[in-house]
Design a protein around this ligand. Structure first.
Ligand SMILES: NC(=O)c1ccc[n+]([C@@H]2O[C@H](COP(=O)([O-])OP(=O)(O)OC[C@H]3O[C@@H](n4cnc5c(N)ncnc54)[C@H](OP(=O)(O)O)[C@@H]3O)[C@@H](O)[C@H]2O)c1
Length: 254
């Protein structure tokens, strides 16, 4: 699938990591972009670089996704200015959870506020516009860790990814009931190089580099399936193992 030529692709959390990688790869493949994040200078530099390299229109928009009114207003404004929305990639996220019961409630609260409630605001804002247009693709960034309750710092993060996976599953059923051509794509990335991964201070032995990850993410977006692990290998198998492994093995493979 190439760019349909109808509307723009919104990517949130595009100032670094997977969002920045997807922005570069989507533009290379001809998709016009509207990029969102809080770090406006970093985002504007990326937009300028990507527009020059690809020749497609790329705009940068400063947004904190936890400002829910701003999410609705900015998605609406981009849609009106750019001839509609081809797709919205709900990617902005944080990974700063902490072991429950260790006095770090604020870290877990912030993780869920950004990765679930702010993601829901983006999904709501996107779906309103898609229903009006009668088309569009919602892409929700989940994780290979979304299928099971996980220990330690991954607790709130995995629970949040489970929540957004279920929200996307429910919206997919809504769309099917309406016999609408709107597509709902949930991506479950494995470990991919990014600022979030850098902050953990360790590199998972199966972690893939940022370019490989970005190409695989955009391949999956363009395939438009309901749900897939990215890259598919080894992460489809890894997810199955995480979902079903006995507890003593689980902590060794995370
Ligand atoms: N990397 C992986 O291995 C991996 C695996 C599975 C899932 N994921 C998911 O992929 C997504 C991207 O993660 P990443 O690894 O690329 O992390 P990252 O490099 O830290 O990027 C996170 C992005 O989200 C933005 N963001 C965070 N809070 C925001 C807020 N309140 N408002 C607006 N933007 C906000 C950040 O931009 P600003 O700070 O400029 O706002 C940044 O652009 C996340 O949803 C993450 O859970 C990543």
């Amino acid at each position: 699938m190439t760019n349909s030529g109808f509307g723009v692709t919104i990517v949130t959390g595009a100032s670094s990591g997977l969002g920045a990688g997807m922005a570069r790869e989507l533009a290379r493949r001809g998709h016009e972009l509207a990029l969102f994040a809080r770090r406006a200078d970093k985002l504007q530099s990326l937009a300028d670089e990507v527009e020059t390299e690809s020749g497609v229109a790329v705009t940068a928009h400063s947004l904190d996704v936890t400002d829910h009114d701003a999410v609705f207003a900015q998605f609406r404004s981009v849609s009106q200015d750019r001839g509609g929305l081809a797709r919205v990639v709900v990617n902005a996220g944080i990974g700063k959870g902490a072991r429950v019961g260790t006095g770090r409630f604020a870290a877990n609260r912030d993780t869920l506020a950004t990765n679930v409630i702010a993601a829901l605001a983006q999904i709501e804002a996107a779906m309103e516009i898609f229903y009006e247009q009668g088309h569009g693709q919602l892409v929700v960034m989940s994780s290979v860790t979304s299928g099971r309750g996980l220990p330690g710092p991954m607790n709130a993060y995995a629970a949040g990814k489970s929540a957004v996976t279920h929200i996307a599953d429910g919206v997919r059923l809504d769309v099917a009931q309406r016999k609408s051509p709107i597509r709902i794509t949930t991506l479950h990335p494995g470990y991919i190089d990014s600022e979030m991964q850098d902050r953990t201070g360790r590199r998972h032995r199966l972690q893939v580099d940022a370019d490989t990850g970005a190409r695989a993410l955009v391949d999956a977006i363009e395939r438009g399936r309901g749900s897939e692990c990215v890259p598919r290998w080894p992460w489809t198998a890894y997810r199955l193992v995480v979902d079903h492994a006995p507890r003593r093995i689980l902590t060794r493979i995370l």
